[in-house]
Structure formats: C-alpha cells, structure tokens
Design a protein around this ligand. Structure first.
Ligand code: UDP
Length: 325
C-alpha cells in the first residue's frame, strides 16, 4: 500500500516510515520540520508543508493519491501546552481539522491518528482501559481528545475509516541507529537520563519524590517506538477490512518509576546517572499504565520490546551514536 505520513520526519513518524518501507510499502512524508528532521526522511519522497495549510496538504493528497494516511504532526509536550495553549489548539485541533477536511473534499481513505494516554487525565484505576472516563487535565490531553471527537463526527458524516492510537510513553530507538529520539530541547525522561550519563555536569532532574507510588516518583508505561510503528501498520490493515473506527491504547501494561528507569539505565550502561530531586512538574499524573488488551484483541498487536532493559539499550545505542555524529 501507499501511505502518506503526516509528521513523518519526527520521532514516531520516522520509525513508522522505516517499518512500512522495510515491509514493502510506499511512504511519502509530509512535514513542516518544526520539530522533525530532514535527515530522518530516508524511505520515500518528502513534501515540505504544514498540516494547517489546506491547499498544500490537499495538493499532496491529490498528487500521491495514497491508500491511507497516518497523522503524527502535532505538538506533544505537556508543560509547553500549559504555558502556550494557543500553539496546541492551533496545531493539534485546527491542524487535525484541516486533515479531515482534505479527506472529505479530496476523497476519503483510512486515517490513523496519534492520540495519547493524556486523554484519561488522572485515571480512576491502576490499569487504564479504553472504557475509563476521559478527563484530560492539561491542554495537550484536551487537544488530543477534541481531535478524537472531531474524527468521530467526520467519520459519521463522511464515512472516514479511522483509528486513534492512544500511546503511553514512547521510548527507545531503531536498533540499527538510522533514526532515534531527537528533540530540542529534550524534555523526555529516558533521553534526559542518558544525556546525564554522557554529560555528567548536567544531572537529570527528577520532578517530584512525594507521589503516592512505591518510591515516591511517577510511574509510566514505556513502549518501544518500533512496537508503536508496527501498530500503525496493523491499524491501517484493520481499517482496510471495513471495520468500525475506534480508539485503542498502546502500552505494555508494565509501570516503571523514574527511579526504576535510572536503576535500569545504570545497569545497561554500567555507569552512574547523575541526578537531582526537584519539585513536581505541573499537571503530571502520578501513574499511567495501560491495559492494552484491546489492541491485542482487535489488531493482533503483540509488543516485542517489552523489557525496559531492551528499550533503554536501544535508546543508549542511539544516544551514543548521536553524540559521536
Ligand atoms: N521526568 C523527570 N525528569 C525529566 C523528564 C521527565 O523527572 O527530565 C518525569 C516527568 O515528570 C514524568 C515522567 O518523568 O513524571 C515521564 O515524563 P516524560 O516527559 O518523559 O513523558 P510524559 O509522561 O510527560 O509524556
């Protein structure tokens, strides 16, 4: 199949392009390079463009006539969404609206979108299933939930086949080190932990040690980026079989605290992680762990990189590769 990947120069987008291309599919990347990297576009044509630019996006869909679209193009930092909500409503809500309008006007085809566990807010149960209430507690989560609602309405009115994939914490890197996690500034835990090893003068901040968890630090469900990539492909396949649209969690079902991540990074690298404790970051739920049974059931998705050691090993290989290049 031929897939137009919006935001294909970014972290999860580029790993999905590689996955699709190495499994025999054609990929076209559409990206405004605001956070993505041209160096990550290696598996097909590139179209420079912003998803909010209706005419440009429509032209790309018209030109390449893809069988399906995957939409990763979004702003994705919780803290930034709190300090600059306008950017998030503009990029994530208006941008996603433009994508749906283009499909409505240029011809509908399956659409898989990046959503987030941030749509659940503070979960009422330890393992988050798709049945839990949707109560996002930050602008980022609200923009993802609005996108999902818009998609349901467009699907109802215009028959767009859709799936929203609610990621937990994407982590790790391509084991061949062609691509990996590269954000400027980097705000995510695992790359910051590894960067602290590479630059001991800049210890990693641990945001909060007084959460109601076993060691007082936040617990997250880290899912390997290649397992996410595969899920996007399976989602497109699912939609080709005319099945109804829905939102699906992608996680491992295993929670790791910040101190667990530091301990694993020390074991994997055989080096100490310089760190310091800081106040809580605003709007961080104490624990987010997926129940990913639905993805296994309907997509037959079985994550391969389920151990946190493997995830951190690939992230470390990429961090070392990047620091040498
Ligand atoms: N975190 C941290 N130090 C950092 C980056 C993150 O202590 O340098 C914490 C953060 O407060 C959260 C967890 O690590 O509790 C995961 O944060 P990340 O930004 O990686 O992902 P999020 O869960 O916000 O999507």
């Amino acid at each position: 199949m031929k897939v137009l990947v919006l935001g294909g120069a970014g972290y999860i987008g580029s790993h999905t392009c590689k996955y699709l291309a190495t499994h025999g599919h054609d990929v076209i990347t559409y990206d405004n390079l605001s956070t993505g990297h041209l160096e990550f576009v290696k598996w097909g044509p590139f179209v420079y463009g912003d998803i909010r630019d209706y005419a440009n996006l429509r032209q790309a869909v018209h030109k390449y006539n893809p069988d399906g679209l995957i939409h990763f193009a979004a702003s994705a930092y919780v803290s930034e969404s709190v300090s600059n909500p306008g950017q998030y409503y503009d990029n994530n809500v208006l941008g996603s609206l433009r994508v749906m309008e283009v499909l409505r006007d240029e011809g509908v085809r399956p659409l898989v979108v990046s959503s987030s566990c941030a749509v659940y807010g503070v979960p009422t149960e330890n393992y988050i299933s798709e049945r839990l209430p949707l109560n996002p507690i930050n602008p980022y989560g609200r923009t993802k939930l609005i996108m999902e609602w818009m998609l349901q309405d467009f699907a109802h009115a215009h028959q767009i086949p859709w799936m929203a994939l609610r990621y937990f914490n994407a982590a790790g890197a391509d084991p061949e080190c062609e691509i990996g996690e590269w954000h400027t500034p980097e705000t995510h835990l695992i790359p910051n932990v590894l960067n602290a090893i590479l630059n001991p003068a800049s210890p990693v901040n641990i945001f909060g040690d007084d959460y109601p968890t076993s060691d007082g630090t936040c617990i997250r469900d880290y899912i390997h980026v290649l397992d996410l990539a595969k899920a996007h492909f399976l989602a497109l396949e699912y939609l080709y079989s005319q099945k109804p649209g829905l939102a699906v969690n992608l996680g491992t079902g295993q929670g790791k605290s910040i101190l667990d991540i530091i301990a694993t990074a020390e074991a994997v690298t055989a080096k100490k992680v310089p760190h310091k404790f800081c106040p809580r970051r605003p709007c961080d739920p104490s624990q987010l762990v997926a129940s990913a049974e639905l993805a296994t059931k309907i997509l037959n998705w079985i994550p391969e990189y389920t151990s946190i050691d493997k995830i951190i090993t690939t992230a470390w290989q990429w961090a070392c590769h990047k620091s040498h290049n």
